[in-house]
Design a protein around this ligand. Structure first.
Ligand SMILES: Cc1ncc(COP(=O)(O)O)c(C=O)c1O
Length: 379
């Protein structure tokens, strides 16, 4: 059996051990510590966002952002439907009600048209949402100028879910700066990793300090552990921040490598007419965190045919995220498609395949994936 090819495994820079060794030598093993502070500063420097809070997951960052936005029991939050469940579950933690918005075809991210329709309707009912969780899927930013403009009109706080888009740009601006709050994930499959972790960022440093307080059990500055508000145990540990610092140093190389991998897949499969690739919208530069191809509907080959052929060759590939409005957990939630009767995210889910895209993927391994796809068409 050939060696397993994974979808997006961690890619170490080689400096991680030195950073972690330093943490051991200083005995700074316990939560927080100098690597956490430095990681936050370095993340601010890289993204240009003034305030950052390192956390133990991206999901925790979404939770804190929603609480900062003031989401309370029974309140609505508009959310991108084409995403991973971690973007949306925190709405339920707060007792809120997600309302799902479809993708637009140009970027696969939140459709400004559907958002506009949704907010007009909710405004008429006097049930406007408190916040919007806008996801940048697979390394590409959403059309944030349009989305921000619409949300501003209705007084809605925008949370940029940049879990998958660290290092991407939108009209020259770095991802993380595109909403009132931004969140990142450093989960093991992301473009850089701390093994598990996340961050909340914002230009509003006061808000970041409030979230810092909540993320450390909302402990009041008293020796006897005084608590007036509910808090969480959400901080990143010093050991993991040490890993993150070494990873952040190589982020630009990782982006260029993933973009090359994307281009290679596209070039090598360009003669198969029924295969297309996730578009890159003119407004930004994607990191191509994952390469995603789509199959023309009705072409006679199904996503499952390709996935199972790759699996037989010990290659991990995946369908596109199953949209949240199709999840049993979110059954009954309101959903606004891009156009009446036309859901883009449903089509992406039916037709899309995420290919192995790790930045350490070799040319030979990529060739194995390409052959695995081509062989389905030559049967
Ligand atoms: C779009 C998106 N949002 C949120 C998350 C949650 O991040 P974490 O896994 O670090 O909690 C992820 C992925 O992991 C994600 O892909």
């Amino acid at each position: 059996m050939d060696k397993r090819i994974l979808l997006s495994p961690p890619h170490l820079s080689g400096e991680e051990e030195a950073y972690v060794r330093e943490a051991f030598q200083s005995n700074w093993i316990a939560p927080l510590g100098p690597h956490v502070d430095s990681f936050e500063k370095e993340l601010c420097r890289y993204t240009g966002v003034p305030g950052a809070l390192a956390l133990n997951s991206g999901t925790a960052a979404v939770h804190l952002a929603l609480r900062l936005a003031g989401v309370r029991q029974g309140e609505r939050v508009v959310c991108s439907t084409l995403t991973f469940v971690g973007s949306v579950n925190p709405v339920l933690y707060l007792g809120g009600e997600p309302v799902f918005i479809d993708s637009e075809p140009g970027s696969w991210n939140m459709s400004p048209e559907a958002l506009q329709r949704a907010l007009e309707e909710m405004n008429k009912e006097n049930r406007l949402p408190r916040a919007a969780v806008v996801v940048n899927i697979y390394g590409q930013c959403a059309d944030m100028d349009s989305i921000n403009q619409i949300c501003r009109r209705y007084g809605i706080t925008v949370i940029e879910d940049a879990a998958e888009s660290l290092g991407a740009t939108y009209r020259g601006k770095m991802s993380g700066n595109l909403g009132y709050y931004g969140i990142f994930s450093f989960n093991g499959n992301k473009i850089i990793t701390t093994s598990g972790g996340g961050a909340l960022v914002s230009q509003d440093r006061e808000a970041i300090e409030k979230a810092r307080f909540w993320s450390t059990q909302a402990r009041e500055p008293e020796a006897h552990y005084q608590h007036c508000e509910v808090g969480y145990n959400y901080r990143m540990s010093n050991l993991l921040a040490a890993v993150g610092r070494a990873q952040l140093k190589v982020i630009n190389d990782r982006i260029e490598r993933r973009r090359c991998i994307f281009e290679n897949y596209r070039r090598e499969l360009s003669d198969i007419e029924v295969i297309d690739f996730m578009p890159e919208a003119e407004f930004g530069r994607s990191t191509r965190w994952l390469t995603v191809l789509t199959l023309e509907e009705g072409c006679g080959i199904e996503v499952s045919d390709i996935l199972s052929n790759l699996a037989e060759r010990n290659i991990e590939a995946r369908p596109v995220w199953k949209p949240m409005h199709l999840q049993p957990l979110y059954q009954g939630c309101i959903y606004y498609p891009h156009e009446t009767g036309r859901s883009i995210s449903d089509a992406m889910f039916r037709q899309g395949i995420c290919l192995p895209s790790g930045s350490a993927l070799t040319g030979e391994e990529q060739q194995r994936v390409i052959e695995g796809i081509r062989s389905v068409f030559s049967r």
